[in-house]
Write a protein that binds this ligand. Structure first.
Ligand code: AQP
Length: 343
């Protein structure tokens, strides 16, 4: 049987991309594979790699648990927990960081793009990493610890996380070789890549929809009302290259992104959706997209509003999740400490 681990940062209410690219897939795994062990975490320590407003972070942390329940994850079937309520994540991350060469971390594209951003900001030709916090460099090791602590065999992630998962495999292998014993400590985790459900920003189809992008109109939140969805979709970037609607991500990125959203919401192939929409104006396409998005999120949205108020229930789910997570990871840590000589 597989042990599946995945995480989401409490950096705000999830958007359509998080839902289609990650959360709906977690629910599918839960409903389709009764024999798998499922562990889903709200990874608060990862959120700290970027500056957060503490009051907002505390609210997002609570809301994210309500969202996971609202989209259909069942705490009786999965371990749902806050990473920051199990300190063994940081203990293992420290041990793993001591067998991880910094060169490997500097090769991560996530780090390289941070470096590139800081260079642009200062308008200097020299790359200067001295002001970037150490967490931005080392968080892939914390990610490895998140996964290995539960000896997860499979990790559902988006394409953008493939490199970090490779690093987790490297680190697991490195630990297994360095601290040999009669049995292998960690299985090498395999990526379950979510099939191309990458949802793009409504304002800039060159980048993905993101919780932290500055323009709130660039993303549709799981809590948006039908009117808010319609307004955001109406204001989405399109083009006027030709009349009508065609799928051409290179020449018509905005229009194509709307078609992708429509296809993802309806769980159809984008080509089929595109040929159905050929005769439409952009206005008609947008009306259809807004309706499809609203139909998709209406259920989770209503559930979220209901569950968010059930503070006692949420606390109970968080407490039970933390207990289960700690019980599983304590078994791993007894062996890890023994192997490194710190038991
Ligand atoms: N636009 C997207 N399309 C499809 N999938 C997406 N994911 C994120 N954006 C899209 C997937 O959502 C999961 C959780 O993401 P995360 O919270 O760990 O942070 P992220 O990947 O950095 O996503 P965000 O929403 O852009 O958050 P911020 O702005 O806080 O960094 C992941 O599985 C991710 O692939």
């Amino acid at each position: 049987p597989r042990t599946i681990f995945s995480g989401i940062q409490p950096t705000g209410i999830p958007h359509l991309g998080n839902y289609l690219g990650a959360l709906s897939n977690w629910v599918k795994l839960q409903n389709e594979n009764p024999q798998d062990k499922l562990i889903f975490s709200i990874v608060g320590w990862h959120a700290l790699t970027l500056p957060q407003n503490p009051t907002e972070l505390a609210a997002s942390r609570r809301d994210m648990l309500a969202v996971l329940l609202a989209v259909g994850l069942d705490p009786k079937r999965c371990v749902l927990f806050h990473q920051d309520s199990n300190a063994m994540h940081t203990e293992l991350a420290w041990i793993l960081s001591c067998i991880t060469p910094t060169g490997k971390l500097r090769r991560m594209t996530s780090w390289k793009s941070r470096l590139a951003q800081s260079r642009n900001a200062n308008d200097e030709s020299e790359v200067d990493e001295s002001m970037l916090n150490a967490g931005l460099l080392t968080y892939p090791v914390l990610q490895a610890a998140d996964i290995l602590l539960y000896r997860a065999t499979h990790v559902p992630v988006g394409e953008d996380q493939r490199q970090h998962l490779e690093l987790s495999r490297d680190i697991a292998d490195s630990f297994n070789r360095t601290f040999r014993a009669s049995s292998r400590m960690f299985p090498l985790p395999t990526a379950l890549i979510t099939p191309s459900k990458r949802i793009l920003s409504l304002k800039d189809p060159a980048s993905k929809m993101s919780k932290s992008a500055s323009d709130p109109a660039s993303r549709i939140l799981l809590t948006d009302t039908a009117n808010q969805i319609a307004a955001k979709v109406r204001a989405a970037v399109t083009d006027s290259i030709t009349t009508g609607v065609t799928y051409d991500p290179v020449l018509r990125p905005g229009t194509s992104s709307l078609l992708s959203i429509l296809a993802a919401c309806a769980d159809e192939e984008v080509d089929a959706v595109a040929s159905r929409c050929t005769g439409m104006s952009h206005g008609e396409l947008k009306t259809e997209v807004a309706a499809a998005v609203d139909a998709l999120i209406a259920g989770p949205r209503a559930e979220f509003e209901r569950i968010r108020g059930e503070v006692g229930y949420l606390d109970q789910v968080a407490r039970k999740g933390a207990e289960a997570a700690k019980e599983l990871s304590a078994q791993t840590m007894v062996q890890v400490r023994q192997r490194v000589g710190l038991n």
